[in-house]
Design a protein around this ligand. Sequence first.
Ligand code: UD1
Length: 428
Amino acid sequence: MDKLVLEGGERLSGIVKVSGAKNATLPILAAAILCENHPLVLHNVPHLRDVTTMLTLLSELGARTMLCDKHSLQVDARDLKQTVAPYALVKQMRASILVLGPLLTRFGEAKVSLPGGCLIGSRPVDQHLHALERMGAEFELNDGYIQGKVNGRLQGAVIDFDRVTVTGTENVMMAAVLAQGKTEIHHAACEPEIIDLANCLNAMGAKIQGAGMHTIVINGVKSLGPSDPYTIMGDRIEAGTYLAAAVINQGDITLKGIDPTVLHAVTAVLESMGAIITLNADGLRCQMEGRPKAVDITTDVYPGFPTDMQAQLMVLNAVAEGSAKIKETIFENRFMHAQELNRMGANISIDGNTAMIKGVEKLVGAPVMATDLRASACLVLAGLVAEGTTTIDRVYHLCRGYERIEEKLQSLGAKIGRLQDTFETVAS
Ligand code: UD1
């Protein structure tokens, strides 16, 4: 199994191109199922394991995918006939549930393996199912599969989510695009990736209003039409992770390919820690001198502080001047990186959904283990600042959400490499 090896302490500087957003690409690929009459062409598609998993799922369903160039692809779902999303793929990526709404609305049936529990909590999909039931779907649970059926076409409905859910909002929005009549989604998630999905669908003739707000209104259409190729937004979590890398190593990094407005909650915290963040002709620049100052954080739905940046901010607080509390309100059990950071000399204790972090002057390199995608990013940041060598095991998590991370960090001056079995590729 691959490992990452880092030698800490190098000051990072330079320019990084942010890749397309994973969490926008996945629903937009699922939305290709809605295109009965034309292929969908996408630009700025990131090379990530989760994207490959979604493409494999679409291929299993009968779609044809073709790489146009390095980051552009065409998905042709005209001949798609299968409506089963198998366990083998869903267990690799919970976001596979995103095919449920599109399959149901196009074919009137879908069978999607129930995503199991995951390391960051139980993560149920009850909100997705209740909303689709209100639109006329009926579900049964058989052999670990959600089996959905619709008598005729899905009907527009008023959906009032009990809890804000990102993929739930996306699933219902996609289902409503081809439903009969008007759907109103209340307590919708407001994440920028939802706006990106709506923009892509509207470009094909969908009638979605209010994406990015708490109420989304969708007037169903009979079919979608062809559109110009759609360019996927930049990844705000990848961007935030590189900004955190600049802060932890007192660096000077400029990010290209990201809209700074979607990063506001993150940049505000980094500025409170002492970073100077400016927008210039090259992009979004982050300069840092000295140790960060400790800052309390509470994760929240957008536009609050994203849970997907919580682990990265924990490691910044771990080496900060002072003490801070981080409260995780979105997912249960999302502090597994704390133990690994403590193995590197951090002083973090956990009480329920709150982490108490006492900043230490230095971390020391150690063998550590990645437990999930963002925990892996946090350990990379720790390895960048730690004294000596850090070896991170189970880095396959990282490949789910960070495109060419070693290459990008190397270009900024980091000493990072990959150990493949016995073959060492540490950059010097
Ligand atoms: C999405 C993102 C993920 C991010 C998360 C929160 C994608 C592909 N993934 O995940 O990176 O960390 O939003 O910003 O976009 N819940 C229920 N019932 C449901 C649905 C959700 O109880 O039917 C709960 C979840 O367990 C969790 C909370 O609601 O505690 C938020 O989950 P949700 O917004 O649905 O996360 P995802 O869409 O899975």
